[in-house]
Structure formats: C-alpha cells, structure tokens
Design a protein around this ligand. Structure first.
Ligand code: ATP
Ligand code: MG
Length: 411
C-alpha cells in the first residue's frame, strides 16, 4: 500500500479484513483497493499477475503470500459494454473502473464496505457500515431483491458471515432470501462448489447447515440430500450428516485438517443408500446396485455443485470400503488396512456406527485391529473353529489310497 502511495496512487484496505480487524479478529486475507488500474498496478510491482475475467484483479506476490489488489469499480447503474447483465439481472462482467465513491455501491454488505485509509489511519464509511458493525447487522447496500438478483451468491455470503461473525441478517434481506433462494440454481456449478467449500470447511459447518436449511438455500446446493432428510429411516431422523458436520467442526477447533471429500461423502451417503435399496428391491445384485446408485447420485449432484474428479473418486472409495469392513477373517483385513483411503473409510464406519447405520462392535473391532501387534492381528483374524469342519480323516484315507496305488504298481 505504501508502494502504491509512493507512486502517487490511493490505497485502502477494504472488505473482510477491515470488518474482522474491527472485531479484534485475525483476518483471513487482506484485500487492497486502489485508483491505479490493473496495468498500472502491474508496473508498480515486479511480482504481479493479472487474473480474472468477470472482475479483473492484480495479484501481488510476497513470498508465499498473495495480496489481492483491485481497482475501484464504477457505479452499478452505469451500464455499458464493459458491464454485462444477463436476462435475470445477473452481472456477468463488471470491468468499469471508477472512484471510491462509486466503488462502495457495488460491495455487498455495509460492514464489507469499510475502507481503511493508510494516509491518515481513518476508516472511510459511506453507507453506515460502522453503525451496522456495532449493531452486528448484515445489511445489503441498496435494494436487497435487486442486489440478490445481480449476484445470488450474496445469499450464501449472508449466511456465511452471519454464522462466522455471529451477526444477524437484516429482516429485509431475510425476506428477499426467502423469495430469491431459487435464483442460486442459475449460478455456474463450479462457483457453487467453491462457495460450498467455504461454507462447510469454515469450522461452523453445523450452524451453517441449519441456517442454509432455514432459508431454503440448502436444497439448491444439495437437492438429493435435502430430500433424503425428509425420509426417516426406521423411525430415526438422518443423523449421520449432522454428526459428520459436528465432527468436522470439532476437528477444525482442535487444529486438525478436514477433507472436502469426506464431508461430501457424508452429504450424499443417504441418497446413495436410498437409491441402492430401490434397485435391490427391484432385483438388482447388491454390489452393482451400490455402484450404480453412486454414479447416479454423483452425476445428479454435479448439476448443482461441481465436484472435481479427484473428489468424486475419493467419495466413491470411502463408500466402496464400507462393505469391505465386514470381512474380518483371513488375509483380507491386513490388505484392507494398507488401502490409501483406509483411515477415511474407517472414520466413516465409526460415523455410521455412532448413528445406527453399522454395528458398533464392528467399528470397535477395527479400532483394536489397527493398534494390535502382528501376532494379535493374526489371532483376531483367525476364523472361529467349527468342529464339523475337521478334515484330518479324509487326508489319511487319501494317503492310504495313494499307498494302495503304489502297491498295486509294485505288484
Ligand atoms: P472473507 O475473506 O473473510 O471470507 P470478505 O468479506 O473479505 O470475507 P471476499 O470474498 O474476500 O470476502 O471479498 C472481499 C470484499 O469484496 C467483500 O468484503 C465485499 O466488499 C466485496 N465482495 C466480494 N464478493 C462480492 C459479491 N459477490 N458481491 C458484492 N461484493 C462482493
Ligand atoms: Mg477477504
């Protein structure tokens, strides 16, 4: 920012970092905004790359860190060839440069439109963002319905910020979300996948899930999951997903990592079960029914949120491992434990056992098996003795026959 200033440009911190710093939180990243256009920014910094089509931005690299530097955008109403709306009023391209007074109107929430000026260390506020920040209120700048139409992803952002900051969503915005939730379906699935990850890998996945359902947004992201939640299994509501979200939040709180594919496997587990059982009822072979159900559920899901190939493959692996945990005897367990997804598969088994979908004794067996010594493992995988299966007698009579034959030859 000082470099930009030295070159005669204005530079401000804006968005989430100002909002979070005012709350005494460590910002996730820093967004810088300037009156220099992307080309000018590139000339100021050696390690700078220009990215983006919908919004043209400069990425300035400092070692491993990237600081996003955006140019002030022009006013929302000034439509010309550089700003493109589709017929639902959605902004497809937005590359009109402007002043800070214009830039502020294209930001989503008032608390995201606070500018920190390094020139005099002041916070510039054109939209009452400071007051809303104090009140813990998420309020869209301008007409909520219009702003959600321009970019329906703002509805997901409202939920994400409400949960993360503990803010409430202004009643006018709430009303607009209830009306406009369906508009989310028009967003490219790749962008919805990115947003879904931000929503569910944030450390507040359970609360986010509940709020998304409350506003009717969850069903747009995961339609099959929403449907499966309505169907009770043996009188029990579907607890596996809830438990998965809870575990994921706990892991993040403990500083552990969480993987997208594990959570997504949990999201779509019930839809796969339901689909597979329908096929089995119609006479399909169990193994094939599950394979087909998995393929169908995944191809349906990618109409809503994209799933990168390595993610959907990993999800399938976690699912495919589940029946394999039933084989406890012989050499199968020692082979299963070397499977690259064994740990995820086992964690998933535990999840199922905790929520009535698998025998808890089976999960305990695998817990023991993993930490057992080799000798203990061999003992654990020995099939139970069944007296009816004793074979030594047949062996002896076989040998006798062999002897007989030999003798016959000799004679
Ligand atoms: P965080 O980074 O903590 O998730 P953030 O508010 O910084 O939250 P970013 O996605 O980094 O979110 O965006 C930075 C700023 O850009 C926002 O604060 C907002 O002012 C503006 N912005 C981002 N996305 C949109 C959008 N879809 N519509 C309008 N303004 C947006
Ligand atoms: Mg940010």
């Amino acid at each position: 920012m000082y470099r930009l200033q030295k070159e005669g440009f204005d530079a401000y911190l804006v968005g989430g970092c100002v909002r979070d710093l005012l709350l005494g939180r460590e910002p996730k990243d820093f967004d810088v905004v300037t009156n220099a256009d992307p080309e000018q920014v590139r000339k100021v910094f050696r390690n700078c790359r220009l990215i983006g089509r919908r919004f043209r931005l400069a990425h300035v690299h400092f070692g491993r860190e990237i600081i996003e530097v955006a140019t002030f955008r022009g006013a929302g109403e000034a439509q010309n060839d550089k700003q493109v709306l589709n017929n639902e009023g959605r902004l497809l391209r937005d590359n009109v440069y402007g002043t800070i007074e214009e830039d502020v109107w294209r930001r989503d929430f008032t608390v995201n439109a606070l500018y920190y000026n390094i020139k005099d260390f002041s916070v510039v506020d054109y939209v009452g963002g400071m007051a809303d920040h104090k009140a813990g209120m998420l309020r869209l700048i301008g007409n909520p319905d219009m702003r959600f139409r321009e970019d329906p992803v703002r509805m997901l952002r409202a939920v994400r910020f409400a949960v993360k900051l503990g803010f409430s969503i202004h009643p006018d915005c709430e009303k607009a979300i209830h009306n406009d939730a369906e508009l989310l379906a028009s967003i490219p699935s790749a962008r919805l996948y990115d947003e879904a990850l931000k929503l569910f890998l944030s450390g507040y996945a359970l609360q986010t899930f509940e709020m998304l359902r409350h506003y009717g947004l969850f069903q747009v992201l995961f339609p099959a999951t929403e449907k499966s939640l309505a169907i009770e299994s043996n009188g029990f509501p579907r607890l596996l997903l809830i438990k998965a979200l809870e575990n994921s939040d706990n892991r993040i709180a403990e500083g552990k990592t969480v993987t997208a594919y594990f959570l997504l496997a949990a999201f779509l587990w019930e839809p796969v079960q339901i689909r597979a059982k329908q096929k089995i009822a119609k006479g399909a072979v169990e193994y094939l029914a599950y394979q087909e159900a998995a393929s169908e559920v995944i191809s349906r899901q990618i109409e809503s949120t994209a799933l990168p190939r390595h993610i959907s493959m990993a999800m399938r692996e976690v699912w495919n491992l589940q029946p394999k945990f039933n084989a406890r005897f012989g050499s199968k367990p020692s082979r299963l434990i070397t499977h690259p997804r064994f740990r995820a598969g086992y964690d998933f088994l535990v999840l199922r056992a905790e929520t009535g979908g698998a025998d808890p004794e089976l999960a305990e067996w695998w817990a023991k098996y993993q930490v057992a010594s080799e000798t203990e493992q061999r003992k654990m995988t020995q099939p139970p003795r069944n007296p009816a299966n004793k074979k030594p007698r047949r062996k002896r009579s076989y040998r006798k026959n062999v002897q007989d034959t030999v003798m016959e030859k000799e004679s």
